[in-house]
Design a binder for this molecule. Sequence first.
Ligand code: FAD
Length: 543
Amino acid sequence: MYDIAIVGSGIACSMTLCHLAERLRDKPVQTEMLRIGIIEKEGEMWTGVPYGRRSVIGALTFQKLQEFLEEPERSCYIEWLRATAGSWLQTLREWGGSGAAKWISDNQSLMDQDKWGELYLPRFLFGLYVSSQAACAVEELSRLGLASVTRIQGEAVGISGMSGRPRAIDVEDDRGARRSLHAARVVLAIGSPPQKAVQGSAVTGRPSHVYINDMYSPSEIASMYRIQKALSALPDKTSANLLILGSNASALEALYLINHRPRIRHRINSIVIFSHSGLLPYKISEETVEFRLLALEELRIAASFCAADLMAAISSDIRRAEALGLNVADLRDLVGAAVNQSIDLMHVREQERFICEHGVNYSRMMRRAGRDTRNAADELVDQGILTTVRGALRRLEPFPSGSGLMRAIYTLADEPAEMTYPLPFRITINCGGFEDLDYSSSRLINSLVSNRICKVNSTRRGFLVDENLKAGENVYVIGPLVAGNFNDRIRFWHVESASRISGLAKLLAESLFDSLFLSSEAAVSSTMSFKEDVTSVVSPSSL
Ligand SMILES: Cc1cc2nc3c(=O)[nH]c(=O)nc-3n(C[C@H](O)[C@H](O)[C@H](O)COP(=O)(O)OP(=O)(O)OC[C@H]3O[C@@H](n4cnc5c(N)ncnc54)[C@H](O)[C@@H]3O)c2cc1C
């Protein structure tokens, strides 16, 4: 029986464990050693999908370090980066390929000038850093006799348990064998929901067509290898066409990786992206843009306005900026400050509406990307390889000649007539975003919903949590599944951000500590609160 079982060992788990260790060490109150179990289905601990082996070594953060982490974590991380630079630069040179070599030469002068905050760093570095912190926390907890941390390899597939009793967690190993664990408290740190699959068996049932549903499963490197192998088997370049569904940050990352892999890039004839917006994330140029947000200014002097009015004003200003050819990425802080002020002026009911109904669309409108990643897409456009279509895929149909080629039937935005894209596709990559929680292919999520342990919130992208991140009796949630909550402390439309998860980890550690050692009345003691800071929007999931 565990005092705490954490499902998932990504950064949400690691950061929570580090904060909990700090809390236990600074205020030792317990007499017995706590038992903490960490259940992880993959073969790596502490890093999760973006910061470990499931991402390639050269994959970069979406934002520069200054925005990636808040203080004091940022300074600690920078200190670690400085101290270990010799070793990680060598790893990057040896294993990162041509993209990493270019990154080092483009960014060497910033590193030499100690301007770490300006860098869009390779993500695996944060994974190394977090892993070392988590390993220290585990060692310290054990050395001080505060807690033992046990790793449990397997997939949590179901959670049950009667009221007032410990939770039972069913864990399945690689061979399908199941066992049941019991825990007084369960933390769900399972990351984002699974990717929304495209059209099921129509593509996945055709082994000759390469369909990549999730680039990070089993790993980005394996996905790149599948692409390379499929291209090298083609007799000529005419059918070497790749379809990407969605234009989010993962799609942009796929382009970055392809551009820096000559064995793929030189064999590709065409890459076509279908997305609702028809736009890739805007490139951050760090330029000051002179622009007046007229619609937002007008709104703020109105006597009263609602969430829909605010969204309409944002759209109007952004559309005007686009029409003037301004870089929307560089308007982010200006728009963010105005939106924050406007939210504060609204009735609390409308604030909730904005967070839960409009926030995601606002983020989509402002999607941005760092220079290193975004430049790769521009290079592919310049070489005549990349085309972006503003439209939606209706279905994929086998090409008459067979051989794994598919044709894409799609509609253009605002036009109902179906069209067939002129090129056949040999490879499809799905970057179309995540499943809603009420129709999930995850057995764990389904079990939590059907056993009525957690409730899906109104956005269907997260579980309903209270001010202490509690989603049900003795069940807590941290990470992307906290999205779409609005309470006195937590107001987020997305939580796919390292800095946001770091803040929530602190809150969760407090909540767990309180539930372990304080009575339930005293438990709601902390004064922490977390509001959507619209100036720091970064969402890999938004289409
Ligand atoms: C590719 C990518 C790039 C990103 N880049 C950035 C960025 O540049 N900047 C930024 O701020 N944010 C970024 N994010 C967003 C954010 O930082 C991540 O979403 C964050 O890492 C989430 O951490 P997590 O621990 O909650 O989830 P994850 O990293 O997904 O970890 C969850 C872990 O749980 C395990 N797991 C899941 N289900 C089960 C189960 N049923 N049983 C057992 N184990 C299970 C998984 O194997 C995984 O190891 C990115 C996200 C992705 C996916």
